[in-house]
Design a protein around this ligand. Structure first.
Ligand code: NAG
Ligand code: NAG
Ligand code: NAG
Ligand code: NAG
Ligand code: NAG
Ligand code: NAG
Ligand code: NAG
Ligand code: NAG
Length: 617
């Protein structure tokens, strides 16, 4: 089945990892980036699975032949790669129309297709929009596999179902081709990003607003030029692509193992994060009979998204910052660097707020040294740091405390270093440039996010600059910590005149799915508040909301054996938790442990331990 001839399958991690780390910084520090995205994408995290001898070779999707079927190339015996050809325009009747080639990655089911324990492959989407599903499998695939598969207790092993994972880069994203032609090369993309960062986002600066306005116009007009893909990369055709993937997966099963293939009857097993919940809900409305399992985690509001409003994301954001100050006080000086004088939560908050507001007029000047150039720290830099780190309090609150302490009590050198770490070029300046894959072509960045969400959303091109000023103000009033940044989400849409060939409206998205949806919402999520999950569940009868009592974006920002147990049980048996179920996280930020014993069976503890061991806890 695998086409290994003349091609040694090779994994990308070592070379690509370096690139990813840089991208992730650029994504999150300088731009609107992945808004509704679950990944941390920050550290080098792909441990090579005993294949270091291959690291000098280059993984190249171009070496995999695109096919109408799923033809996999195995890499390191763990990951399988395929490129699936689909029509660019699903409504075209022409047999020779343009095509999209979707990059697909799979972690196979660990038992044979004919084994009674074979459960199928769960399709994933990481969010964004514009997030790379390929990257999701590299970074979180191993953990997610553990969550949905049977625990290691003997009864479960003999009776449970086994699942693999499939994910893909959606249209316009990363390894899926063609790309949007927004930047001619990686260098011009980087320069644009640095300039945008320097322009800043500041609600009291008219200059900052006018620069953002002009930038959005120049960028989106470029992305709309000379291409066909822009009309075909909204959510609806991606839903249709997903149908194709599960169909072709059924076919692959049939061909490989001579099992039955329920043509036009293959069911979707799905776990969507963040924007992936919009994708999942849209799928649920278009193909309600195709739902086998669907977990929607970190739920986006359909009306807010499809009407290009984006006013329902930040309801809980500032409450998370209040928690930050509270946790910092409880953590004490040793664990929370900001808490140097044993003050109260509101005193801490006051000192941070007053420093930040002084930055509007007086940015901090930080002299360089021999290893770091001179730097300034602006209001916008600090707000963007917070907007980034608030997605994952458990992982990042200590770092946020260090950085805030450095500017409130220190001299800014740690913050300057943080800022400059983000400035590594996509394509490194070195003699071996020509050899570096990130230098060969430009495969898209955060502008893809904008193109997708603007295409999905109602046309707002009649918005004036004055309207935009009002939107920025309203969002700032909703959240003083993220509102200004959030106002840049819809700004590109003001300048996006492309309309999708095949779209959908929010009102159409509802339905009676063949299996009820499991929604997951954190008590406080910075961009997809819990209230969204409850509101959206009303559109899909029989679905249930599971609440996880943590702060952060999507449930895996804060591991919980209780939540994982419910997700596993849902995939294993189809059973939903009782309505009103609330799960505790295993841990709180700054190393506080929780007493979340009640909900846990012995088995859950085993899996929790496994996960923790992996994390080195
Ligand atoms: C495209 O085809 C689908 C069915 O495959 C149909 O539901 C939809 O209305 C069509 N869209 C357009 C724009 O023709
Ligand atoms: C794009 O895919 C490659 C694998 O081919 C992966 O290493 C990389 O992280 C992805 N890039 C982004 C920006 O997600
Ligand atoms: C925002 O949160 C408050 C409670 O904190 C709630 O009453 C309100 O309905 C929420 N608004 C939205 C739009 O979800
Ligand atoms: C810090 O404050 C707490 C109460 O807020 C108090 O109990 C403790 O003694 C103080 N510690 C120091 C070192 O001042
Ligand atoms: C800034 O603070 C750091 C850490 O406290 C210290 O190592 C460094 O020497 C200081 N730099 C200057 C220029 O004062
Ligand atoms: C320069 O400053 C950074 C922090 O901003 C520090 O990590 C580094 O060690 C300093 N280099 C020298 C040579 O002092
Ligand atoms: C823009 O046009 C839409 C109709 O397409 C209308 O509902 C909306 O009020 C207009 N907005 C502005 C700011 O004029
Ligand atoms: C997934 O695994 C990585 C490393 O193995 C770990 O750092 C990370 O915290 C894990 N994620 C979850 C959600 O457990």
């Amino acid at each position: 089945m695998f086409n290994l001839e003349g091609f040694s399958p090779i994994c990308p991690q070592l070379r690509r990892t370096t690139k990813l780390a840089k991208w992730a910084f650029i994504f999150t520090l300088t731009s609107t980036a992945l808004l509704w995205y679950m990944g941390r994408g920050q550290k080098d995290k792909y441990s090579p699975l005993g294949c270091s001898s291959l690291k000098s070779e280059k993984f190249n999707w171009g070496q995999i032949n695109p096919s109408d079927q799923l033809v996999y190339t195995t890499c390191f015996g763990v990951w399988q790669f395929a490129r699936l050809k689909v029509p660019m325009d699903w409504n075209s009747t022409s047999p020779v129309g343009s095509q999209v080639t979707i990059a697909i990655i799979k972690i196979p089911v660990p038992v044979s297709v004919t084994d009674h324990r074979y459960g199928g492959a769960v399709l994933l989407n990481p969010g964004g929009p514009g997030g790379s599903g390929v990257d999701l499998i590299f970074s979180e695939g191993a953990n997610l596999t553990k969550i949905i598969n049977p625990l290691s207790s003997p009864e479960m092993l003999s009776s449970g179902k086994y699942f693999g994972l499939i994910s893909f880069d959606p249209r316009g994203v990363n390894n899926t081709t063609p790309h949007l032609p927004c930047f001619s090369d990686p260098f011009s993309y980087d320069v644009w990003g640095y300039q945008e960062e320097a322009d800043g986002i500041d609600h009291i600066s008219d200059i900052s607003l006018s620069l953002a306005w002009a930038r959005a116009k120049a960028l989106m007009e470029t992305c709309a030029q000379d291409n066909d893909i822009s009309k075909h990369m909204n959510t609806v055709p991606v839903v249709r692509d997903m149908v194709e993937i599960i169909e072709r997966h059924g076919e692959w099963r049939a061909v490989t193992e001579r099992t039955k293939w329920g043509k036009e009857d293959e069911k979707l097993l799905y776990w969507g994060f963040s924007y992936g919940t919009i994708l999942g809900q849209t799928f649920g409305a278009m193909y309600p009979n195709r739902i086998g399992r669907m977990v929607l985690d970190g739920v986006g509001d359909l009306g807010d998204y499809y009407n290009t409003v984006w006013m329902r994301g930040l309801n809980d954001t500032d409450k998370i910052m209040s928690k930050f100050f509270d946790y910092c006080i409880v953590a004490g000086k040793d664990k929370c660097a900001l808490n140097i004088d044993n003050s109260t939560s509101s005193e801490l908050r006051g000192s941070v707020e007053s420093l930040i507001s002084s930055l509007h007029q007086d940015p901090i000047a930080v002299a360089g040294n021999r290893t770091r150039g001179p730097e300034i720290i602006t209001y916008s830099d600090v707000m963007m740091m917070i907007r980034k780190l608030i997605y994952r309090p458990l992982d990042y609150f200590p770092e946020m405390a260090d950085l805030l302490a450095d500017i409130v009590h220190g001299n800014g050198s740690a913050f300057a270093a943080y800022k400059q770490r983000a400035h590594k070029p996509t394509c490194p300046f070195s003699k071996s440039n020509s050899d570096h894959d990130s230098c060969q072509t430009y495969s898209g960045g955060w502008e893809v996010t904008k193109a997708i969400l603007c295409s999905d959303g109602r046309d707002i091109t009649n918005t004036t600059k004055e309207d935009f000023r009002g939107i920025r103000k309203a969002l700032y009033q909703q959240s003083r910590w993220m509102g200004e940044f959030w106002s840049t989400v819809t700004l590109p849409c003001v300048h996006w005149r492309v309309r999708p060939k095949w779209g959908i409206t929010a009102d159409e998205i509802k339905g009676e799915t063949s299996h009820p949806i499991l929604w997951i919402g954190n008590t406080l999520d910075p961009v997809t508040p819990l209230a969204n999950a409850h509101a959206m569940s009303k559109r899909f009868p029989g679905s249930v909301v599971l609440q996880q009592n943590s702060e952060g974006h999507v449930c895996i920002s804060s591991p919980s054996v209780c939540t994982y147990g419910h997700v596993r049980n849902y995939f294993q048996t189809g059973d939903l938790p009782a309505a009103g179920t609330v799960c505790q996280p295993d841990q709180l930020p700054f190393g506080h442990m929780t007493a979340s014993g009640d909900d846990l069976s012995g088995e859950d503890e085993i899996s929790s331990l496994e996960l923790r061991n992996e994390k080195g806890l």
